[in-house]
Design a protein around this ligand. Sequence first.
Ligand code: HEM
Length: 152
Amino acid sequence: MKTKTFLACCACLSLFACATPSTPAPAPDKPAGGKSLYDRLGGMDAIKAVVNDFIDTQASDPKLHHFYEKTDTKYLKGQMVDFVCQATGGPCKYAGMDMKDAHDGRHVHDEDFSETVGNLVSVLNKYKVPEAEQKELLALLGPLKPDVVEKK
Ligand code: HEM
């Protein structure tokens, strides 16, 4: 992962980690004549490819795999695809748990969240997602941090 991109992402996540929506926020209006983030990411096929790779990366990361020991990763991938699809302005409805309930009691800490951001950025780079779209996606996910991370 490029250091510049990673630093930009960290800055982005800490900047936006102030609001606490617990389900995907309504997608921002499309810029006039422009495409939604969902479309610019490449639509459903691209989101599925990135999410599948991201969850596999998380579940095999030595620092994080314990979180996923009892997880049905196929189900989680489906939920995550719907979540990202809805959050980026795609045609999906996320019907899963809100972020507080989904992560409550899992003891996810700051360093786990940072490791997760690093994994996501690596996968986004692997799929050659441009920096602007990466930043937009991370700006959508950043505000969820307080619902995911447990204070020590
Ligand atoms: C903004 C960041 C994150 C988002 C948007 C997110 C999103 C989600 C979603 C949509 C689900 C499925 C909820 C359901 O079952 O209905 C979920 C579950 C889960 N997430 Fe996250 N998550 C985030 C961060 C993290 C982090 C940092 C970790 C740990 C390193 C983590 C670990 C898990 C685990 C273990 C589950 C439950 C899987 C199971 O059912 O066994 N998540 N997350």
